[in-house]
Design a protein around this ligand. Structure first.
Ligand SMILES: Cc1ncc(COP(=O)(O)O)c(C=O)c1O
Length: 400
């Protein structure tokens, strides 16, 4: 008897970022000093209040299944936060908690999409979006954006892309991979187009919205003044803002029937998110916002340092990102050059040579539909960033 993976699972390519992480781990296990600028997670610890709440949950035996859509106090805290951030009127029927933002997106799209529904995704996009859309039966429609517009979708580009088959627009601000943020004016213009198309839904992936340097919370479609609240679904979680990637808590907010449907789906798949993590998430959401201000100040210093250094290196350039912890680094000037006799054709080869011989991990832009670039995470300390920059410079010096 031969056992092989199903044809449906074979269609799923493993996340390229996680593939790189495992290659880097393998090199590190061989004793190499690997510097990873690839990780999509903060390097600072989970907030102390959240850790303590998790410990308390264990000690109080809060260790059983919870309702599939999350515990009531957490759902209440989530809608309170959203209502404060966006001046909305959500109640707990409008929220569903799940095991991390990624699964939330899956659960939401599974609950929303009909086979063949088209989903618009501005490029470059987070690598998991197209795969999740496809698993849920949707058809991905990547939308080209312009570097001159900070790789942000404009209202006229959106208007032109909407057809009878379009069901959903996926928007992510601040963005993974560019770190760019839509201004309120840009969002107002997009919102006006969305309002004109009542059948168009929007998934607003706000996972980095508390990691924006000039705002406590990033500008948002829901603050446009347009009447689009019924069309918009919010996705957020604790992974990035509160440095809690391993706790696996995320949530969606929106239409109550869809939220209930997500609950049914989750009751038959994960049963519920981890009880302990939900208590920790509650403490994180209710933390003193000053805790995040300190983190952002440090992160901004790291950003400024990295941006100025990258821009001082011949053959590299980048714009200054406004949020998250990524730099979208233009490496296209290295294409066509030769490294040890092999021509660098694209970002994948650039990243491969840099990892193999200089043990610095960056993520090639190709899987983000952003050839010409690599994504660099600056959620590393300045000492490591300095070493990485030195190695990068040495690598570039060898190109002919
Ligand atoms: C744009 C974006 N959305 C959602 C997520 C999901 O985060 P998590 O599943 O850790 O909550 C990530 C994680 O990398 C992300 O970059």
């Amino acid at each position: 008897m031969t056992i092989k993976p199903s044809s449906q699972v074979l269609k799923i390519e493993p996340s390229p970022t996680l593939v790189l992480v495992s290659k880097a781990k393998q090199l590190a296990a061989e004793g190499k000093d690997v510097i990873s600028l690839s990780v999509g997670e903060p390097d600072w610890p989970t907030l102390a209040v959240a850790k303590q709440a998790g410990v308390n949950a264990i000690n109080e035996d809060f260790t059983r299944y919870t309702p599939a859509r999350g515990i009531a106090p957490l759902r209440q805290a989530i809608v309170d936060q959203a209502n404060k951030d966006f001046n909305t009127n959500y109640d707990t029927n409008n929220v569903t908690v799940a095991t991390g933002g990624k699964f939330v997106i899956y659960s939401l799209l599974y609950s929303l999409l009909e086979p063949g529904d088209e989903v618009l995704i501005p490029e470059p996009f987070w690598v998991s979006y197209p795969t999740i859309v496809s698993i849920c039966g949707g058809v991905v429609k990547p939308l080209e954006t312009k570097e001159a517009n900070g790789f942000k979708l404009t209202a006229s580009e959106l208007e032109k892309s909407i057809t009878d088959k379009t069901r959903l627009l996926l928007l992510n601000s601040p963005s993974n991979p560019t770190g760019n943020l839509y201004t309120q004016t840009e969002l107002n213009e997009l919102a006006a187009v969305i309002e004109k198309h009542p059948n168009l839904l929007v998934l607003s992936d706000d996972i980095y919205n508390r990691l924006s340097f000039d705002f406590e919370v990033a500008p948002h479609l829901l603050k446009s003044g347009c009447n689009i609240a019924d069309q918009v679904f919010l996705v957020n979680g604790i992974s990035k803002s509160y440095a809690m990637t391993g706790w696996r808590i995320g949530w969606a907010i929106g239409n109550n029937e869809i939220m209930a449907a997500m609950g049914s789906f989750q009751s038959q798949t994960t049963s519920s998110a981890c009880s302990i993590s939900q208590k920790a998430a509650l403490a994180a959401i209710q933390c003193d916002p000053a805790e995040l201000t300190e983190i952002k100040t440090q992160l901004k210093e790291r950003r400024d340092f990295a941006v100025s250094k990258f821009n001082s290196i011949d053959m590299l350039s980048c714009a200054q990102p406004d949020g998250a912890f990524y730099i979208w680094l233009d490496v296209s000037k290295t294409f066509g050059k030769s490294y040890k006799g092999s021509v660098i054709h694209g970002s994948s080869e650039f990243a491969k040579y840099l990892l193999d011989d200089y043990h610095v991990v960056v993520v090639p832009g190709k899987p983000f539909n952003g050839e010409g670039y690599v994504r660099v995470s600056y959620a590393v300390n300045t000492e490591r960033m300095t070493q990485a920059l030195e190695r990068l410079q040495t690598f570039l010096n060898t190109l002919t």
